[in-house]
Design a protein around this ligand. Structure first.
Ligand SMILES: [Zn+2]
Ligand SMILES: [Zn+2]
Length: 455
């Protein structure tokens, strides 16, 4: 009998942690933060006790067999190496709500992710953008590649999302197959990759799906006849080109720096428009890790060397350069460098907020960010795309996979995800255990209070 334990991240966005336990192995996915707003940057985590503090705060889960023994014992649970099953984690992509907790795990615990995610993860460590520390036992898997641990075989299946390396997983157990979508979209550069995911996972016994875009409005998902959104990565690329051609001063973009493919595509359109793309050292490092052929400059306001190993020898653009010829450049900038805008405000003609942090008003920094932009007197245009499939595609993905059991989560209103092709739909609560036996799901105590069908 296989058991699925739902630890967190069910009726909220973030911190999805699920354990799949068979006779001799436990597979855990993903490992980001739930209730991350409980963290306060004014209170530094205690050195060496970070994992303990996170668990006590409820931001990470109290789970046997994954933390260092000393920390685990202090929490009253078993440490890594102290349970009688092989335990490992699989991570769908490098968004903090899916991977932020990795630094808290025992360093020996095996963590599998796509090869591109592993590259990005290492670069996040190089640029000091990881929580706690870089996990030591990361094992990359190729897309469509499989790994078997005990009696669990996992296959890494690529999806299109707004971060490089994103994938979902097919998890094969002796009692049935489980498809986990991770986060995905159909308005990126590669909708065909998300469509191929559905074909590869067709007929899974269980489908665990994200539902971010059905979180707020009332949606009659069964009645949707087709996609409605009109913007996508291709239209954004055109928009970028238009701004680069038409603006008379400096253009600043605040993008999401882990979506390196967007910047890769920007390099050539910005050049065609007669401008030069200038990246922050962090962004430059991430792009260079994947697109070695890309040519761009790195922003070092006062000049000097670039503090990022892969782009150390790239051309440097200084503040003086931007101010003396603003129409020649597009500057990419992360929020943490935003005070620099006060130096450049006089020559900036537009500030494009395109998916960079802070992204929405759920982030406590969002209001502060917009007051800063206002104080700098900038002309701000919002042109973000987001990374999540619109409701029509959320349903279509379930229709195409046609699972025996659908488990929607990663949404404030997961109950809105319905499909006539799903045998039944189950909405677990935190700490529920669902049993998988001969391809069918049952609650451990056999109570079916939360299951229904949309047929
Ligand atoms: Zn997510
Ligand atoms: Zn994501």
């Amino acid at each position: 009998m296989t058991k699925m334990k739902f630890y967190s991240g069910l009726k909220e966005i973030g911190g999805t942690v699920i354990g799949v336990e068979t006779e001799n192995a436990i597979c855990l996915f993903d490992f980001g933060f739930a209730y991350a707003d409980r963290l306060d940057s004014k209170i530094p985590l205690r050195k060496g006790l970070e994992a303990y503090d996170y668990v006590r705060l409820g931001v990470l889960n109290s789970i046997d067999g994954i933390y260092e023994p000393d920390i685990a014992h202090k929490l009253g649970i078993k440490g890594f190496g102290e349970i009688d099953k092989e335990i490992f984690a699989i991570i769908s992509h490098m968004h903090i709500d899916h991977m932020g907790g990795l630094g808290a795990l025992d360093q020996k615990m095996p963590v599998y992710m796509s090869r591109e995610s592993a590259t990005l993860y290492h670069e996040l460590g190089v640029m000091d953008e990881l929580e706690i520390r870089e996990h030591e036992n990361i094992i990359p898997i190729d897309y469509d590649g499989s790994v078997t641990v005990g009696d669990i075989t996992i296959t890494c299946v690529q999806v299109d999302h707004d971060v490089i390396g994103a994938c979902g997983f097919m998890i094969q157990t002796p009692d049935g197959s489980i498809c986990y979508t991770g986060d995905y979209r159909y308005h990126g550069y590669h909708p065909e990759i998300s469509a191929a995911f559905a074909q590869k996972c067709k007929g899974a016994d269980v489908m665990i799906s994200e539902g971010v875009t059905i979180s707020h409005n009332d949606i009659d998902i069964l009645s949707l006849e087709g996609p409605v959104r009109e913007n996508n990565e291709h239209t954004l690329l055109e928009k970028m080109k238009g701004f680069a051609q038409d603006e008379e001063g400096l253009i600043v973009i605040n993008n999401y720096n882990r979506n390196v493919e967007r910047i890769h595509n920007f390099v050539s359109v910005i050049k065609e428009a007669g401008r030069e793309l200038v990246l922050s050292p962090v962004q430059a490092e991430y792009v260079a890790a994947f697109y070695k052929e890309d040519k761009f400059s790195v922003y070092v306001p006062d000049g000097g060397s670039v503090n990022a190993p892969l782009v150390r020898d790239f051309p440097v653009v200084t503040r003086k350069d931007l101010i003396s010829d603003p129409a020649k450049y597009v500057l990419q900038q992360d929020y943490k460098d935003a005070y620099e805008l006060f130096e450049l405000a006089d020559v900036i003609s537009v500030y494009l907020h395109m998916d960079g942090a802070p992204l929405g008003d759920y982030d406590p920094s969002y209001a502060k960010f917009y007051s800063l932009l206002n104080a700098a007197g900038l002309n701000v245009v919002r042109c973000g795309l987001g990374g999540h499939a619109e409701p029509y595609y959320l349903r279509k993905q379930v229709d195409d996979i046609a699972p025996r059991t659908l488990i929607p989560l990663h949404s404030f209103r997961p109950e809105q995800l319905l499909s006539k092709k799903a045998g039944k739909i189950v909405l677990p609560n935190i700490n529920d255990t669902i049993v998988l036996d001969k391809g069918e799901c049952f609650y451990e105590n056999n109570a079916w209070s939360w299951s229904y069908s949309s047929k």
